[in-house]
Design a protein around this ligand. Sequence first.
Ligand SMILES: Cc1cc2nc3c(=O)[nH]c(=O)nc-3n(C[C@H](O)[C@H](O)[C@H](O)COP(=O)(O)OP(=O)(O)OC[C@H]3O[C@@H](n4cnc5c(N)ncnc54)[C@H](O)[C@@H]3O)c2cc1C
Length: 277
Amino acid sequence: METVHAATITTVEQVTAHMVRVGLRLDDPAAWVSDGTPDECVHVEVGAETADADGHSARHYTVSGHTPDGFEMEVFLHGDGPGATWARTARPGDRTEVSDSKGYYEVPDGAGVRVLVGDATALPAIARVLAEATADEVFHVVVELSDMADARDLPTAATATIDWRLAGNGMRASVLKDALAELADGLLAPAAASYVWVACEAKESRAIRQMLRRELGLPLTHFRIVGYWHFDLAHAIRVWEEASETTKAEYMALWRDDRTDEENWVELEPFLQKMGA
Ligand SMILES: Cc1cc2nc3c(=O)[nH]c(=O)nc-3n(C[C@H](O)[C@H](O)[C@H](O)COP(=O)(O)OP(=O)(O)OC[C@H]3O[C@@H](n4cnc5c(N)ncnc54)[C@H](O)[C@@H]3O)c2cc1C
């Protein structure tokens, strides 16, 4: 059971055409635990009446920046899901609840170029990774957007190439896997030792993981792939609801604490395929 922290919305501002920044003040800032990674995310109570595919009525959002008594998040206004609706209608003074944070970005020692790839939901994390990077780091970034009005400056002390693509985000076919395939003989050649971080739609993310591991042979330490949302959430929920208790127990047993998430995914991927997910 995760710890829940009460909070008040303090600010709501439009960042770009479809991105809203929400500032939160925690009732007890000292009690909130940040894991400190630049892609750390929290569960946010958004008043959803039904659970998502992971069984949460709350939704995940990245901590885009810390404030003295809380933090900020940036929410992509993709449609009329409970999270997007919450952000669209949020007003200073509204109350909510958030969890402690958890992140995934972990560059191994000796890694070369950092390759950051994602859609609009990944932009808050990508912006923070770049903002916190040091001058000796080199980044290659690919972001797909459904509207170029959401492109923005990504300040950094590092050297960064930013490749904006008009694609994905539930509006068009995603090009993220193709964009990574284009790097196969360069940044993603094993000798380059690049670190790859990807955040996007869940099925796209799984296809990318398969390519990086099976086709390009990247070591599990050199990539971290996170499914951020489900294009067909109803299907993802149905697959889980229709699974037998034995199947659910087998699935949960594959998430072992003595392995990294990417090590777990080696067995999880074929298991999910068998489940029809
Ligand atoms: C670790 C992590 C960090 C995240 N950080 C952020 C963040 O900083 N900012 C952010 O905006 N999102 C972020 N997300 C993604 C966000 O949690 C999902 O997009 C979530 O589904 C939104 O909830 P919802 O209630 O609006 O839609 P849901 O009720 O979850 O989904 C309903 C339907 O809406 C559509 N949908 C959902 N999300 C999207 C989308 N992103 N684009 C297009 N269509 C969509 C799908 O068709 C889906 O079936 C993060 C997710 C994770 C796992």
